[in-house]
Design a protein around this ligand. Sequence first.
Ligand code: GUE
Ligand code: MG
Length: 352
Amino acid sequence: MTSSALLRRFLLQCANYAPARCGLHRHRIPATVGMFCKNVHLASEQRSSAQLIDGKAIAKDIKNKVKAEVDQITQSGARPPQLTVVLVGSDPASVVYVSNKVKAAQYTGITSDTIRLPDTITEEELLKEIQILNKDPGVDGLLVQLPVPSHIRERMVCDAVAPHKDVDGFNTMNIGRFCVDEKSFVPATPAAVMEMIRRSGVSTFGKNAVVCGRSKNVGLPIAIFLHGDEANGNNAGDATTTICHRYTPPDQLTYYTKNADFIITATGVPNLITADMVKEGVVVIDVGITRIPDPSRPSKTKLVGDVDFEGVSQKASFITPVPGGVGPVTVAMLMRNTLLAYKKDIEFPNMN
Ligand SMILES: Nc1nc(=O)c2c([nH]1)NC[C@@H]1CN(c3ccc(C(=O)N[C@@H](CCC(=O)O)C(=O)O)cc3)C=[N+]21
Ligand SMILES: [Mg+2]
């Protein structure tokens, strides 16, 4: 063997063993993972090698753990945690998401209140309403469902919510603290994505991850999570992370996704990720949700993600479905955050 071939082999071995050598627990996978994964069954005759990461089962497990803690709280005679959701207008998707949050709260024993406001409300009136809820000691978790109507500035609304009640993690204080590895409320969808990856049992340590989409509330915090240093204690992924977005040329997107061990897509573009774009064994997390006409049921609609599920699940090792994937886990994570808010688990520096 030539010396350069030996050197290459040595470097490859270093790369393979580096995670184990560093002596941290990060590469060890808990025994419970995989319990929430099952074989993918395709509608067509085609075979699938992928395991489905079952969002409904994972959500139920998380909610059961929250429920057990809430039961303890109420059995001790204390009041249960309270989540207040502000819904401005009546966007049909928002109404569905909010009702899913209310149902999850009921399941866990968290009390909830939905404050519905007309879409004609002014920004000033909405901010006043938020101030009242900030001061209400009976409200632990507070969120304003997004999007808000276009005459209201979303940033003003998110920053009006008191950081210690901000269970969405959308306040600038929580975003900033999350980025510098300080304790904070973490947005529910990125937390859900990390939890689903964790439960696949596949380590992200030193791997290549591609995030499609750069929205402030979803794509960006997912990328922060994936690239971060787990040694700082925030469940970060230690992955080499690439962010692709609407100005990534299609050939470049394919260049990156073909080299990816993990693909997390959050764009709302159906069939953005197809089988020819991915490598064998990839882990695929589909955060996209789009409502399209259902070809098998005239005048009905159905939900699809960003991934060509049939095609990609023939190459992926793990894949999430839509619906029943990231969505339900997102809602469960919100319940977990509400419990944290109640327990005042997240401390903030004095702000006056
Ligand atoms: N302040 C705020 N916080 C949010 O967390 C927030 C938001 N605004 N605006 C919109 C996004 C989206 N989101 C989802 C919640 C539940 C499902 C969910 O339950 N999905 C079901 C299907 C739902 C359906 O039937 O449409 C599923 O994927 O199986 C999806 C998406 C929370 N978001
Ligand atoms: Mg989903």
